[in-house]
Design a protein around this ligand. Structure first.
Ligand SMILES: Cc1cc2nc3c(=O)[nH]c(=O)nc-3n(C[C@H](O)[C@H](O)[C@H](O)COP(=O)(O)OP(=O)(O)OC[C@H]3O[C@@H](n4cnc5c(N)ncnc54)[C@H](O)[C@@H]3O)c2cc1C
Length: 351
């Protein structure tokens, strides 16, 4: 069987690795740098905590696969410092964790179990001890090495079904394969539309900013997803690979709308995140030292979505890094047997 994977982000590379290990003849096409778009940067948050029990279970499966990959990579791909969720919606997350049988603690903001660079915040707080920092820098090295020469530097212009197979056009070259997976991030909806698959196409700008931690900040701080009564309504925060505290958040949608343009959206996000840090994080210096820009869908929360037309499969969703090895397995299986995996997360049909 010949498979074409379009996009060498974390999803496409994870599928490529899995297919190669199954002995499948797979090629992964990448227009730019592997993991240079939505998978850019050095770190992400891993967590079992989600608002739906099925997502908690999927994250647990992914965590187990990350552990196996870490052994193969010879280095931990997740630093298991734990992840904390706090704010008004915390009870919903705790209910989902309990329903899935996932270990967790519900504590007040003054709990000695918390290691966060803040003194006060609206409680309660959910501690997810299985969470931690995904070391994207290590994961990238592992996946790119595993893909080896099966990674092809080429921009795919079209994916079309023909009686002879799926035609993948990349510049002057045309390959005909048995099945194709479109995992092209922000490029997915355009390519998928050409193959008769409808996926969400709206885009928004997003910026994550890294700041120095001050002396007195807790050792090995947990990752943190929190709501605030003022400043940014929601933020995610965690330790960056090189040290420093990475913060991203819900900036006013009008300021980060696609039509605002990248430069203006980055400036507005930088100002909003820096102001939030100055106001809410006493152990973080509000002096930006690094940033990661990406595009994302304005309305999709945590979720996995799959769509198929004939022999072409497309994947899209938000916060996919934590599901990378699981997506590798699920999508490799679907490429081989022609199935369509079940959606999960917001909007998924639940029995
Ligand atoms: C700042 C930030 C923070 C995040 N935080 C978290 C987090 O804490 N936890 C978490 O789990 N997730 C998080 N995410 C989300 C997660 O990183 C993404 O969902 C994931 O990396 C998406 O991977 P992907 O492979 O789908 O897309 P991408 O990484 O964008 O890969 C798609 C690839 O396809 C290539 N491509 C596009 N069009 C074509 C074409 N026509 N031909 C060939 N190649 C093409 C692109 O160049 C790109 O390399 C975060 C993302 C960002 C940016």
């Amino acid at each position: 069987m010949r498979v074409a994977v379009i996009g060498a982000g974390v999803v496409g590379l994870s599928v490529t690795l899995t297919l190669l290990r199954q002995g499948v003849d797979v090629w992964c096409y990448e227009a730019g740098e592997p993991m240079g778009e939505r998978s850019a940067g050095d770190t992400r948050i891993f967590r079992l905590a989600h608002v739906y029990p099925d997502m908690v279970e999927l994250a647990a499966r992914s965590g187990a696969l990350f552990a196996r990959w870490s052994e193969q990579a010879g280095t931990p791909l997740i630093d298991r410092v734990g992840t904390v969720v706090s704010g008004a919606g915390t009870a919903t997350w705790a209910t989902a964790m309990a329903a899935a049988g996932a270990p967790h603690d519900l504590v007040e903001p003054d709990s000695p179990l918390l290691r966060l660079p803040a003194r006060a915040f609206p409680g309660p707080a959910l501690i997810d001890p299985s969470g931690g920092v995904i070391r994207v820098d290590r994961l990238r090295a592992y996946l790119v090495a595993a893909a080896g020469h099966r990674l092809r530097h080429a921009r795919v212009e079209a994916v079309e079904q023909t009686p002879a197979g799926v035609r993948v056009s990349a510049g002057p070259a045309t390959d005909v394969v048995d099945t194709a997976l479109i995992a092209a991030g922000s490029g997915t909806s355009g390519l998928a539309a050409g193959a008769g698959i409808d996926t969400p196409s709206a885009l928004e700008h997003h910026l994550r900013v890294t700041f120095p931690l001050r002396r007195g900040a807790p050792e090995r701080p947990q990752c943190w997803i929190t709501e605030a009564a003022d400043g940014l309504p929601g933020t995610y925060q965690h330790l960056a690979a090189a040290g420093g505290w990475a913060v991203g958040g819900d900036v006013d949608p009008a300021l980060v709308a696609w039509s605002a343009g990248r430069d203006a959206a980055e400036r507005a996000s930088l100002a909003a995140v820096t102001a939030h840090v100055a106001e809410h994080l006493p152990f973080v210096e509000p002096r930006p030292i690094g940033r990661v820009y990406c595009t994302h869908h304005p309305d999709l929360g945590d979720g996995l979505q799959f769509a198929r037309n004939g022999r072409v499969l497309a994947v899209h969703g938000e916060n996919l890094m934590k599901f990378a090895p699981l997506l590798g397995e699920v999508l490799a299986g679907a490429c081989v047997d022609g199935s369509t995996p079940a959606d999960a997360g917001p909007g998924a049909v639940r029995s």
